[in-house]
Design a protein around this ligand. Structure first.
Ligand SMILES: [Zn+2]
Length: 285
């Protein structure tokens, strides 16, 4: 089995709005974000048999549109432009104390009006703890709309590291047993706390660093610790922290080829688990 050849869904990818992409391309052409272009990325998908991709924003008004609703409308258009390739998760912003009041409605429109398939929460960029009571109305709404929620979780470059600690996310899994939560990046360097949760984890960004730190065999044991029913293939393209953007799929496939997954287990990680999570969106898209 070769991970380069098996069909995959990448559950954590960033594409930028054209205006922002232009700023990166002109101002910082060497920055990974200069590759957050839908057409360039579609070529990468084809090369590595990534059949579909979940496009996620990051609650940052500097990288997407200042208003979450504008970002969500654009993401809806992106989904429509590439109906066979992209699903998108909704964005939210925290503007003072309006987060609790506004964000459930922003999410509702994103799902019902723009046809998005889930919600992305980045606690650090929101400057909110993942288990803050301020999250409750938004998470309640996501549960009501029956859409999955991906929560950024360690490591992070900005804000307080602790906002997105897996333990805080685990708490929300207990408070919202009817909500599907994906802990992004396996909880990063706090992966041991993420293992004790009961939700899904995406393996984006940190997998190469696990191999650097622990070696192949221990990385295999960590992935086994989560179990193949919880793992979701993802890279965080183009924002890769521990390898080059151009070779992210080479790196990921090379590592995964060295794990001891059976064909059936690899299918679940590469495709089946996220297909199940996307549910009706998967079939309608
Ligand atoms: Zn990301």
């Amino acid at each position: 089995m070769d991970w380069k050849k098996i069909k995959k869904i990448d559950a954590h990818v960033h594409i930028l709005p054209p205006e922002i992409l232009k700023l990166y391309r002109e101002g910082e052409p060497d920055c990974p974000w200069a590759h957050a272009d839908p057409d360039e990325y579609a070529g990468v998908m084809e090369k590595y048999n990534v059949e579909k991709t979940v496009i996620v924003p990051n609650n940052d008004g500097r990288m997407y549109y200042p208003k979450a609703d504008d970002t969500n409308r654009w993401l809806g258009e992106l989904q429509k432009k590439y109906p066979d390739l992209f699903f998108a998760f909704a964005d939210v912003r925290k503007e003072g104390s309006y987060f609790m009041e506004d964000s459930p409605y922003v999410l509702e429109d994103a799902i019902n009006e723009y046809g998005l398939a889930g919600l992305k929460i980045h606690p650090n960029n929101l400057q909110l703890d993942a288990d803050s009571l301020e999250m409750v109305p938004l998470l309640r709404k996501a549960a009501e709309l029956k859409v999955p929620v991906m929560i950024h979780s360690n490591p992070c470059k900005v804000g307080f590291h602790d906002n997105c600690a897996p333990d805080k996310i685990n708490k929300m899994m207990q408070v919202f047993p009817d909500l599907t939560i994906i802990t992004a990046h396996m909880g990063g360097m706090k992966w041991q706390d993420a293992i004790t949760g009961c939700g899904y984890v995406d393996i984006s960004a940190v997998l190469p660093e696990f191999v650097n730190l622990y070696g192949i065999e221990q990385t295999n044991r960590i992935l086994r610790g989560f179990g193949t029913d919880r793992l979701i293939f993802a890279t965080d393209y183009p924002d890769v922290w521990f390898t080059e953007t151009e070779s992210i799929y080479e790196t990921y496939c090379d590592i995964l080829n060295q794990m001891d997954f059976s064909e059936e287990e690899a299918y679940k990680i590469a495709y089946g688990n996220i297909e199940k999570i996307l549910g009706k969106h998967f079939n309608s898209n």
